[in-house]
Design a protein around this ligand. Sequence first.
Ligand code: PLP
Length: 419
Amino acid sequence: MPVESPLPVKLSAASKPETAEAQARTAIESLYDRFVVPTVNRGLTLTHGQGRLVWDDQDRKYLDLGGGVAVSSLGHAHPAIRETLARQAGILIHSSNFYYNEWQGRLAQRLVGLTGPGKVFFCNSGAEANEGLIKLARKFGHAEGRYEIITTTNSFHGRTMATLSATGQEKIKHGFEPLVPGFVHVPFNDLAAVEAAITPKTIAVQIEGIQGEGGVNVASPEYLLGLRELTRKRNLLLLWDGVQCGYFRTGRWQSYQRILEGIPGGEDFIPDAIAMAKSLGGGFPMGAVWIREPYQDVFGPGSHGTTYGGSPLACAVALTVLEVVEREKLAENIFARGEELKQGLEAMVGTRGITAVRGYGGLIGFVVDKEDPSAVVLRLTKAGLILIPAANHTVRFLPPLNVTADEIAEGLRIVRESL
Ligand code: PLP
């Protein structure tokens, strides 16, 4: 498929001599070496993408089923996102939150319609959305002196000081002590442990429906229903981190709807607040906190804020993503593709070092019990497939919601032949 490079200088031009290509690649890497803070061990140098494909600086093509870590919900260079970005840039990119803007109002209405009665606060990232959940809980419990939040081991909520303190993984916190006080970690999927951890200072429980970074660990239906009942009974907020598992990734708007589908009482389950980000913006930075009625006005004027959150441009793009998902029936698509993927991976269990498969739709993990998942991802990348490592020996598929059956089959073929 012919794709025009979006770069002003086409570093990957096939016509360039081999040495020039190598030099260009080294030049980019050396820019990083000299000027970019080395928080990550980086792999490829990507130059452009189209659909579920990306190209590196040597014009090698990769099937991208990692979706920029659950962000590129419509794949790369989607025409609807390109059109909205261009149109909105010519109307109003930013206006500050001292003013109303139509797109923020419309997106909030849409998110409330999809989730349930309440209101939305907009921000720019998953960490900020989780920070919003934490601040909501603190504000809600402030008059009573309640501030403790129970979270789970293996969880991931972000890299700000409060969200890394909430995160249940030691490697994320290491070196940043003293942490923000008021977080207690208990094992995931263990209702009795949550109950035992409640003190007179507890204000909330914060969980992911499917722990993504922690290894695609899915909450059980009993756990979710039990948590909802327990938190209601003890006047605690149930805070939901839907940053990675939300927005139709499991084939339903939020992962609790998928997990509880067909379970008696499941359709009535609703958290008190949800952190949203990642694929909501289809690649454009966007975050949101949905807050359920009757807590929607806990944040009054001046109590929380943002410069960029809810900008006309970000909201116009998110509205477009949601329109495309609905029009092209991508919720149904990703659930069906996920079932194919799971079946294909399950057939490999017991071979190639694969010991288990977990997840739904566009959030599927396979466990490589004895191997470093980053090394496995590197091997697959060399074979032309981009996936994402996770904790606990897990490798994740996080494909765009519009991935095709052929692309899933191709991804499975590469895993089958490369591991
Ligand atoms: N919460 C979850 C469940 C995540 O997976 C992530 C990122 O991977 C975050 C929060 C943090 O999001 P961000 O990197 O946009 O701050």
